[in-house]
Ligand binder design. Structure first.
Ligand SMILES: Cc1cc2nc3c(=O)[nH]c(=O)nc-3n(C[C@H](O)[C@H](O)[C@H](O)COP(=O)(O)OP(=O)(O)OC[C@H]3O[C@@H](n4cnc5c(N)ncnc54)[C@H](O)[C@@H]3O)c2cc1C
Length: 463
């Protein structure tokens, strides 16, 4: 099944040998595009790959995987480049960069699509949105569908349609032996289970097949409220009580100097929320009314709109350096909200944020063991972050975020792998608790026994 038939040597190949091997572009350190090509989304990650291979097709992927295996070269896989840990780059190894693989085949009648993994969430959403169709990815358009989907995918349709993986019907995966496998519920079901939450541990996904939903228009957008403990607690209570059609993301943070916010609010703590009601306008307005009534909004941009409009334009050269923590909690009442506000006030970062996402709905109706994403029953996801400019202040911000996490942690210690930092093996195990870990190890053993795919939240083949 592999389309690789060109020969490769077992010593590390020269750049000209690499160029002869691939249909896609090979970018080497002496290339004018190298600096830009080695840059990933997060700042403070400064690695120098020996080459970046912008693969053109599954054959290129297969050849590069085989080459890395046979030469012992470290291999980093990149879709959208948004890994907070820098997993999609390497010092001295090769980056397999999927960003030129953006083919998208939409079956409008059948409501499915095959998407190459160089597409971003925003690109996919815009293209299927033309047909009034959608699935949920995350909150940011530039995130790659590769990494996001493989970790689970929690976004604006999570309560209505579940995680991104809940709409995954099939995938094509190049495994460590260089073979291209079609993977679904009937073909390699163990691998299909593992790639729905288990991240990049098992191979390189070249294409996903997704089920699409009719989402002609939604009601929602940005709502900004003053951040007090009462406002936060009420927001969370309303979000939990809301129908499944409504998914919310509330960022408690200092107000950026946005032109539509009064100058006296800039820097004060606000609830910067994004809400999406996936249903008819009248019911949507009814569902949003309680949020508008929590306090006099500082800005209210919620309106009927097409779903792709939820992805705002992004700054091209934005590369934040971040200290972050992720967790699940059961409840955010007034007292937890007070703790959140106190910690945010004490941060010296250029931006400190507590992001609160109420889960439940369709995501929670899938059995816990149906996929490798094991946190179906979690009620609220919390992501804490300090974004800072000076690398030498890293220690301060890491200590802050760690104290913050301890202060609001509740009984459940599970974590969502896609927001996990470089936090050690115990935390990776927290992403894959109990039997999920054992199953992942056995799938890893079968498809990647030498741990070729190790630049990720790694599940080693033997534990
Ligand atoms: C600004 C921002 C907003 C975010 N918002 C959300 C959100 O709302 N919801 C959410 O669920 N997550 C969100 N995330 C987290 C995001 O899902 C992860 O960072 C994800 O890994 C990024 O995917 P990527 O393809 O862009 O990253 P990359 O850095 O390209 O990839 C990360 C890792 O994923 C694996 N990988 C990627 N593509 C493939 C592939 N085709 N085959 C095999 N392995 C692959 C590799 O191990 C790779 O190292 C956000 C991240 C950022 C930075």
């Amino acid at each position: 099944m592999t389309s690789s038939n060109r020969s490769i040597s077992i010593t590390a190949p020269s750049i000209s040998e690499l160029r002869a091997l691939f249909n896609g572009r090979v970018i080497a350190p002496d290339d004018a595009r190298y600096e830009q090509a080695r840059t990933v989304f997060y700042g403070g990650i400064d690695r120098h790959p020996a080459a970046i291979v912008r693969v053109a097709d599954a054959g290129d992927v297969s050849r590069l995987v085989s080459l890395a295996r046979e030469t012992g070269t470290e291999l980093a896989i990149r879709s959208g480049g948004h890994s907070s840990v820098g997993f999609s780059t390497t010092e001295g190894g090769i980056v397999l960069d999927l960003s030129n693989m953006k083919d998208l085949q939409i079956d409008v009648e059948g409501q499915t699509a095959w998407a190459e993994t160089g597409l971003t969430a925003g690109e996919f959403t815009s293209a299927v949105g033309v047909h009034g169709l959608a699935i949920g990815f995350g909150d940011t358009g530039s995130v790659g569908i590769g990494g996001l989907t493989l970790g689970g995918g929690v976004g604006y349709l999570v309560r209505k349609y579940g995680l991104t993986i809940d709409d995954l019907l099939a995938a094509e995966v190049v495994t460590a032996d260089g073979q291209l496998l079609h993977v679904d519920n009937n073909s390699h079901p163990d691998l299909f289970w593992a790639i729905r939450g288990g991240g990049g541990n098992f191979g390189v996904v070249t294409r996903f097949q997704f089920r699409l939903h009719k989402v002609d228009s939604v009601v929602g957008g940005m709502l900004i409220l003053p951040a007090t403990a009462d406002v936060i607690a009420r927001f969370m209570a309303e979000a939990e009580a809301a129908p499944d059609e409504l998914s919310t993301i509330a960022n408690v943070m200092g107000a950026p100097p946005m032109p539509f916010l009064p100058a006296e609010v800039h820097g004060k703590l606000i609830v910067f929320a994004m809400l999406v009601y996936a249903g008819d306008v009248e019911s949507g307005e009814r569902a949003l009314a309680p949020f508008r009534a929590i306090a006099t909004p500082l800005a209210d941009m919620m309106k009927p709109m097409s779903y792709p409009e939820i992805y705002q334009p992004e700054e091209g050269e934005y590369h934040p350096v971040a200290a972050g923590r992720t967790m699940f909690v059961d409840s955010i009442d007034r007292s937890v909200a007070e703790t959140i506000l106190n910690h945010l006030r004490s941060s010296t970062a250029s931006m400190a944020v507590a992001q609160l996402r109420v889960l439940g709905g369709a995501m929670a109706r899938v059995p816990v063991d149906a996929t490798a994403f094991a946190h179906r029953r979690s009620k609220i996801m919390v992501n804490l972050a300090a974004l800072y400019d000076k690398p030498e202040t890293k220690g301060t911000h890491e200590a802050w975020v760690s104290n913050f996490e301890s202060a609001i942690r509740q009984s459940y210690h599970g974590v969502y792998v896609n927001f996990l930092g470089n936090e050690g093996e115990a935390r990776i195990r927290a992403a894959y608790p109990g039997s999920t870990w054992d199953r992942l190890v056995s799938v890893k053993q079968r498809y990647d026994p030498t741990n070729l795919f190790r630049l990720n939240q790694n599940v080693p083949p033997k534990s």
